[in-house]
Write a new protein. Structure first.
Length: 286
């Protein structure tokens, strides 16, 4: 963790995860994670509508694909990506340098409380990141303060759990008959931005207007084949095997292999998913 990193107390558990083993796993498998939601990437960047002279803030940028593409679009501007994970930030910096993107910067930061320069960005983006704010209104308000008057916001977030095939299928296999809890809609959670009315309310409280949600259904990609997907999913969700005896663990692993094999096709191992593309503008005082 960076010395002097300013963290909201509510995000300390997120810091432990993302600046620990979880973030390291994402950094080590960056290409597969980007591929997993690759079907959403083009529509998301199109919704961001980044112009050549824009200055872009990428919240929870992860390994930086969105930041780097924002920097390419803002060729006469800049892009700053922030994330809690030092490992992912390091990866993002190396990749940007390898791609010759001198206008892309990365910083380890908690976007919920980081003292961004006021009125310094034209657009803020976040691909499956803002859902992990412990206080979404506080986090979005802080991002809003960094935006210039009439600044734009573009988010990609998950639709409700019942619209997803991937998580219930994978978690169900690893549960081995147990009744394991799935994520709620209470932040921080992958589904804290899943309910449209709640999203509009949070963005309104944070000072945004013209909120629009567009629904998309796309396939998520977990590997080129069932064996590759098996190794990837175990690294991501293997913690769900904790507490199982040897027989139940074997049952869970067999069920995981079966569900991944059943979803293997010409494009690899895919599962259905549904996401929101959310756009809004900063409320300008009259």
């Amino acid at each position: 963790m960076a010395i002097g990193l300013q963290i909201d107390p509510g995000n300390r558990e997120q810091l432990r995860a993302w600046d620990g083993d979880e973030g390291a796993y994402w950094a080590d498998h960056a290409a597969q994670f980007d591929r997993s939601i690759g079907a959403y990437h083009g529509p998301f960047m199109e919704a961001a509508a980044i112009r050549s002279a824009d200055h872009v803030l990428d919240v929870a940028c992860g390994t930086g694909q969105t930041t780097r593409d924002a920097a390419r679009a803002a060729s006469a501007g800049s892009a700053l990506g922030v994330d809690l994970s030092s490992r992912m930030i390091d990866y993002a910096r190396r990749q940007a340098a390898a791609e010759g993107l001198s206008n892309a910067r990365f910083e380890q930061a908690d976007a919920q409380v980081h003292p961004f320069a006021a009125l310094s960005f034209d657009v803020a983006i976040s691909r499956t990141g803002v859902m992990f704010f412990s206080d979404p209104v506080a986090g979005l308000s802080n991002v809003g303060r960094a935006l210039r008057p009439d600044g734009r916001l573009a988010l990609l977030t998950w639709q409700p759990l019942h619209r997803q095939e991937w998580l219930p299928s994978l978690a169900g296999a690893l549960a081995a008959g147990r009744d394991l809890p799935l994520p709620s809609t209470n932040p921080p959670s992958p589904f804290s931005f899943s309910e449209p009315d709640a999203v509009r309310n949070m963005l309104g409280q944070a000072g945004f207007r013209d909120v629009e949600l567009g629904g998309f259904e796309e396939s998520m990609h977990f590997g080129a084949n069932a064996e590759g997907a098996y190794q990837f999913v175990l690294g991501l969700m293997g913690w769900m095997l904790q507490g199982l005896d040897e027989a139940r663990r074997a049952q869970a692993l067999e069920a995981l292999r079966a569900v991944l094999t059943a979803h293997e096709g010409p494009e690899g191992v895919t599962f259905g998913s549904a996401a929101w593309l959310i756009t809004a503008r900063k409320e300008t005082p009259r």
